[in-house]
Design a protein. Structure first.
Length: 202
């Protein structure tokens, strides 16, 4: 039996629950077009996020070429994170991403302002990120906050000079990625997706 979402006998089966855009109501060819359009829009959005972070943001401030590339990667991750199947879900994802990043910013900035990187410090800050996120009523953002804190502190170890700047830079990268992701989701839902439904039957 072919898995759900696979290609069998020349037709595309129902898209599985949890896929980015629910396309089960569309005929097979329209499903393929919708997934292709989704992929293209998201890919272009990721490219824009990377370019804005590594080419435009660096005009204002740049630590190193490697750090710029990391910032571009972080922005692309944020873009992918907020690109959802409805504007409401995209906004909720954006709020989640920014809330987790802000928690990480405050904790990492306080830590790096007085102490250098240390594995025990990393463990403590990750634990505090999870704890603080839960205490402010956003338990769903715990994982994102922990991941962000880990990235910030490890990068601070690799670039120990002015390490306290890392949380601020990652916040800027995240903000760029979130804005681009929201714009891309809105564009897809308003301008691209309505054109996918074909007039003819499959």
């Amino acid at each position: 039996m072919p898995a759900s979402g696979s290609v069998s006998s020349g037709k595309v089966s129902q898209v599985t629950p949890g896929s980015r855009f629910p396309l089960g109501a569309l005929p097979p060819r329209a499903q393929v077009r919708a997934v292709a359009a989704d992929s293209v829009v998201l890919g272009v959005a990721g490219l824009i996020s990377y370019w804005l972070t590594t080419r435009v943001l660096t005009l204002a401030y740049s630590v190193s070429a490697d750090d710029d590339a990391l910032g571009g990667m972080w922005a692309v991750i944020a873009t992918v994170f907020v690109f959802r199947d409805s504007n409401i879900k995209s906004v909720a994802a954006a709020l989640s991403r920014m809330a987790a990043t802000l928690v990480s910013l405050v904790l990492c900035l306080a830590y790096l302002a007085v102490l250098p990187f240390h594995p025990w410090g990393l463990a403590t800050m990750v634990g505090l990120s999870v704890l603080v996120t839960a205490l402010i009523g956003r338990p769903g953002d715990e994982v994102t906050a922990g991941i962000t804190t880990t990235v910030v502190l490890v990068v601070a170890k690799l670039s120990p000079h002015d390490a306290w700047q890392q949380p601020i830079l990652r916040l800027a990268d995240t903000a760029i990625g979130v804005v681009v992701g929201l714009a891309a989701a809105w564009l897809f839902l308003r301008a691209v997706r309505p054109r996918i439904r074909p007039s003819e039957s499959p």
